[in-house]
Design a protein around this ligand. Structure first.
Ligand code: ADP
Ligand code: MG
Length: 215
């Protein structure tokens, strides 16, 4: 039996803006098995980042159930959610979110992870001294430090040239295949689909194709 790492049931998310309520996700259900590498695609504004943030425990749903690595996230308060997140999920963002004053190794705080992503020779460099592709690999190394089972990446290749994007996608594939990380990548990059094992497509807050869904 395959273990499930991410399970959403009838999840809705709305944002309040003054008196107005903006419904971003509606009745969304999804299962991701442990060890999957999923590419989440869809037009800008369709709710990809919102969904990714819910899966990673950066935000909580308005209604519905979210279970990740056996933990019901929708029942946790913000403190408990932050603690859970820090040990279970690694985050990778489009613009790396590195600390500009710190060298690569101090951004990561675990030099072994730099070896894993293949840039140990840039350990002493600051972000401004790294290419986009190198900076993203440092960001991936940092996301791996707590040895999370789940990596969530929001457009990790969005700011990279083709070669650097391929290097980052290949690195994610190695982390998935050889290190057993479950990965969800939001991307506009059609080539990401070649690296991921499964594609999900979002439109206007709903999944068009949810793959293998339990009841
Ligand atoms: P995507 O990542 O697919 O581009 P998002 O999840 O970022 O889409 O956004 C989906 C919709 O939710 C957009 O219409 C956006 O304006 C709205 N939205 C996202 N975050 C907030 C927020 N914090 N407050 C209000 N509206 C938001
Ligand atoms: Mg987004």
């Amino acid at each position: 039996m395959t273990e499930t790492i991410v399970s959403l049931r009838h999840v809705a998310k709305s944002y309040r803006r003054g008196k107005q309520s903006i419904d971003v996700l509606q009745d969304l259900s999804l299962d991701i098995a442990k060890g999957e590498f999923v590419a989440l695609m869809g037009p800008s504004g369709s709710g990809k980042t919102t969904l990714l943030n819910l899966i990673g425990g950066l935000d909580t749903p308005t209604s519905g159930e979210i279970t990740v690595a056996g933990q019901r996230l929708d029942q946790l308060g913000s403190g408990a959610l932050a603690r859970w997140r820090s040990t279970h999920v690694g985050f990778v963002f489009q613009f790396y979110n590195l600390m500009p004053m710190l060298s690569a190794e101090r951004n990561v705080e675990l030099p072994l992870a730099l070896t894993l992503v293949g840039i140990e020779d840039r350990a002493k460099h600051k972000p401004s001294e790294l290419s986009g592709g190198q900076a993203q690999r440092v960001a991936i190394a940092r996301a791996l430090v707590a040895d999370p089972t789940l990596l969530v990446c929001d457009e990790p290749t969005g700011d990279l040239d083709r070669k650097s994007a391929d290097d980052v996608l290949h690195l994610l594939q190695v982390l998935n295949r050889e290190h057993g990380k479950s990965i969800v990548v939001v991307t506009h990059d059609p080539k990401a689909a070649e690296f991921a094992g499964r594609q999900l497509h979002m439109d206007k807050g709903s999944l068009l194709e949810a793959g293998s869904l339990a009841a």
